[in-house]
Design a binder for this molecule. Structure first.
Ligand code: GRF
Length: 187
């Protein structure tokens, strides 16, 4: 199988990046991570790029410059899939159009519910019984593109936002790899 080439954009801890890289070491997984781009020079996730010998670039610039350089890298390296994993910048419409249909994101709620930030706090405040995570295609509207995979997480009474985040993140790791497999119809 010829694997597709993926790039992962991160801003923080990179635990989803780590999980995608681990999945990609499976012979049957449809992508290899060929590049990691961080918009933060101190993002912890850069450690995983180094650990697994994956080229990484730090683009600690304003949005315009970030996108210009990032897009050039994606095209030059013939990247097929862009995975956003804890990437905290909202990409411009122009950028999304340029890489159309090939950008996916993970969001810590059961979309279309709880778009945007601080999902865990809001979910708890609303006394929800169930939440989860969603991997979706990125379109020009925030957290609104076509859903690929969702995974549910039960909320216990008196659950803290931290504990809930931990439980949701465990499901995120599974969801991201499932979504990538689903996109390329592989098991
Ligand atoms: C994840 O919870 C994801 O849903 C959100 O940001 C977090 C990133 O975590 N978009 P990490 O950087 O992958 O550890």
């Amino acid at each position: 199988m010829v694997k597709k080439k993926a790039c992962v954009f991160i801003s923080g801890g990179g635990t989803n990046l780590r999980s995608i890289i681990k999945s990609s070491r499976d012979y049957n997984f449809p992508i290899n991570v060929k590049l990691v781009i961080s918009n933060k020079k101190d993002a912890k996730g850069i450690y995983f790029a180094k650990k697994f010998s994956i080229p990484h670039i730090i683009l600690n610039f304003d949005k315009n410059k970030f996108e210009k350089i990032a897009l050039k890298e994606l095209f030059q390296r013939k990247i097929n899939l862009l995975c956003l994993a804890g990437f905290m910048k909202v990409l411009s419409k122009k950028f999304i159009r340029n890489f159309k249909g090939n950008i996916i994101n993970i969001h810590p709620s059961l979309l279309p519910k709880y778009k945007g930030l601080n999902t865990f706090k809001r979910v708890l405040k609303d006394r929800e019984k169930i939440t989860g995570c969603t991997v979706h295609f990125v379109n020009e509207k925030l957290d609104s593109g076509k859903i690929i995979v969702r995974k549910r997480v039960e909320i216990n009474s008196k659950e803290s936002p931290e504990k809930l985040k931990y439980k949701v993140q465990l499901e995120e790791y599974k969801a991201y790899s499932m979504a990538i497999r689903k996109i390329y119809n592989s098991n």
